[in-house]
Design a protein around this ligand. Structure first.
Ligand code: ATP
Ligand code: MG
Length: 292
């Protein structure tokens, strides 16, 4: 498949007064000494309160860069253009790409917009126990000292951790335990929109389902989740809508059932054909280099 075969079938538009997140024309380029990486190209989507949107696509297609661009977490060689507005409940809308680092740090990151990072090992402070990390986060978001430890225990249970494990340091946790801890940390401020970047990596199937159900329940109570995943079965299980990315572009964005019943884009059809309970046929060819 070549880039010329791409055509967006996104139904997401720009004028959604009820949207929690409204992204239009988001484009990210990375400058390298001898090339430019086209990491995200002209991406348009909306997320509404109560919606669980799954973003799927092959490794390297731009999913994490999308999340990091929304949070202002890209390195200095990145250029970001387009528009991304967050409409937190009962607050002024935030122009995520234009509001500046100070506003992002004070009001957005970890507050209005949470992140479950893809690499828990690098996200956890190695010299603090899980409990201390969680209690500090809860205290920073208004919990009293007495109440924060109990709330930390409850968050541990919510994500499928034994509260006793909170007393370990990050290096004493397995990959799956660290994954659950970063999920608990992201949930502690109760953000209206959570970006969850592969939050089920390293988890056994029952814990995968536990985590997915936890995210689904958040949406059922009015929050929203943008779930980045390779796992189409997971997306089908919990997502209201699915956005398919291919080589930096969003090629299809539709309600989950409609996408599974009749994919509109050939790449989506290829992804569905690759599922074990379907043709189990790999997508032919390779995505193009993002420097091309
Ligand atoms: N700082 C950077 N400088 C140059 N290129 C980068 C940088 N960060 C990411 N990229 C490139 O941007 C593209 C998108 O990366 P991204 O991490 O978003 O992929 P992904 O879809 O999240 O993949 P995975 O499923 O493996 O996590 C990749 O080609 C990657 O190499
Ligand atoms: Mg990624």
């Amino acid at each position: 498949m070549t880039t010329t075969a791409l055509a967006t079938t996104s139904t997401a538009g720009t004028d959604h007064p009820t949207a929690l997140l409204d992204v239009d024309g988001l484009t990210v380029r990375f400058r390298l000494p001898d090339a430019v990486v086209h990491a995200v190209t002209d991406l348009r989507l909306t997320v509404r309160p109560g919606e669980l949107l799954a973003v799927v696509g092959e490794s390297g297609c731009g999913k994490s860069v999308l999340a990091h661009a929304l949070l202002g977490l890209l390195p200095g060689n990145a250029t970001v253009t387009g528009r991304a507005r967050l409409h937190p409940p009962a607050q002024e809308p935030v122009d995520l790409l234009g509001c500046g680092e100070r506003r992002l740090a004070q009001d957005v990151r970890g507050r209005a917009l949470g992140l479950v990072p893809q690499s828990p090992a690098t996200a956890l402070n190695p010299v603090r126990t899980g409990r201390r990390l969680l209690v500090e986060t809860l205290r920073a978001h208004g919990h009293s000292r007495r109440n924060a430890s109990t709330a930390a225990d409850q968050l541990a249970v919510d994500v499928g951790l034994d509260p006793a494990d909170l007393d370990r340091y990050p290096h004493e946790l397995s990959g799956g335990m660290a994954q659950r801890l970063v999920t608990a940390l992201a949930l502690a401020p109760d953000p209206p929109l959570l970006l969850a970047d592969e939050p089920t990596t390293g988890l056994d199937r029952p814990l995968v389902d536990h985590t997915l159900d936890l995210l689904r329940r958040r949406c059922d109570t009015g929050a929203a989740v943008l779930l980045i995943t390779h796992d189409l079965a997971a997306a089908r299980r919990v997502a209201d809508t699915i956005a398919v990315m291919y080589a930096s572009r969003l090629v299809e964005h539709r309600p989950t059932d409609a996408l599974f019943d009749g994919p509109a884009h050939p790449y989506t059809a290829g992804l569905l054909d690759a599922l074990p309970d379907r043709a189990f046929r790999p997508v032919p060819g390779h995505p193009p280099m993002l420097t091309h």
